[in-house]
Design a protein around this ligand. Sequence first.
Ligand code: GDP
Ligand code: MN
Length: 422
Amino acid sequence: MVRGLLNKLVSRSLSVAGKWQHHQLRRLNIHEYQGAELMSKHGINVPRGVAVSSVEEASKAIKDVFPNEKELVVKSQILAGGRGLGTFKNGLKGGVHIVKTEQVEDIAGKMLGQILVTKQTGPQGKIVSKVYLCEKLSLVNEMYFAITLDRKTAGPIIISCSKGGTSIEDLAEKYPDMIAKVPIDVFEGITDDDAAKVVDGLAPKVADRNKSIEQVKNLYKLFVDRDCTLLEINPIAETADNQLVAADAKLNFDDNAAYRQKDIFTLRDTTQEDPREVAAAKADLNYIGLDGEIGCMVNGAGLAMATMDIIKLHGGTPANFLDVGGNASEGQVVEAFKILTADDKVKAILVNIFGGIMKCDVIASGIVNAAKQVALKVPVVVRLEGTNVDQGKRILKESGMTLITAEDLDDAAQKAVKAAYK
Ligand code: GDP
Ligand code: MN
């Protein structure tokens, strides 16, 4: 669950910054317990585990599944990493605890329904609705393993390291040579030679080499067969009985493959996502939530990026990236406006439309309709240009709404910043 490392190792080009960007956008993210089940089905060794959502379920699981275990690992299930070193808002330290079996209910009770804050969640944290109870294997060594897609080699790449665990990012920074990277020819598939190189990178101390090679091949097969964009196991560990086991699991899937991975896509947990993005996805809008103060409604991804940049240039921070697209309907514009106005942090809205295929009057009608449905609490700056611009301006004017009009992009950004921070 260490995405920071991957960001350092693999080139990523998205330049919009902000805490929500730490999510894999348009890539399904599933919980650890779901990933473990999937891995198990694909022949990968995982600890025995059960996910529970209440203390009662925990008690039952202990009786039914772990009657003879003296200790168990209790793991908060959130769609973010760094849980081990995280802190709950109720003060409890650590989202992963290894405890005596008789203490499991107590610790599960302290995690369930609580907010866990980690390096990857942002300060608002994420709610723990389930905890995963796992058998405590005696791990003799913790290593790092990941498969992702590499732009440079235009295919899957397997990353392995002999040292894994909770602070892999620091290690990657200090000792980059310890990280082994093995690109795989996606047409040929993984060869024994490739898998052996990966195992060399892991450098297991006790695990059987041939069995480890088999595990790596199974992991690769899972990655390809299930349309993963990321499969990260940190730690992949060795047990005293010479086995490799996946003691954590972070799996992301390509949204474009939803049609052929239906069983996986039913696992989507929207309660862990940015609610603004969930609403935007429903309305089929290209929206990415950020943590600034100026809400942006723009058509075209390039113009949206430019708008965000120019807001920054004038000393403001964008609250979002939003491209309403080339042929958004009035309804979509209404939805977009609702999302922007529902965001408490938004202190001003900047509408920047260059009408081409998208017509200015459609945008204008959308804004006016949205304003009828939601209370507009913040100033709105509008810059319209292009197809049907006069009609658009007339609709806005006749609506009686108080709008700040702008002549060009610079003017618009300046006015929005002034309105937001006055
Ligand atoms: P993350 O912090 O969100 O990546 O959560 P992990 O699942 O990686 O758990 C954090 C740490 O807890 C790991 O690095 C391990 O050191 C430890 N841990 C997790 N699962 C087990 C387990 O089954 N057995 C033992 N002994 N330690 C575990
Ligand atoms: Mn981990």
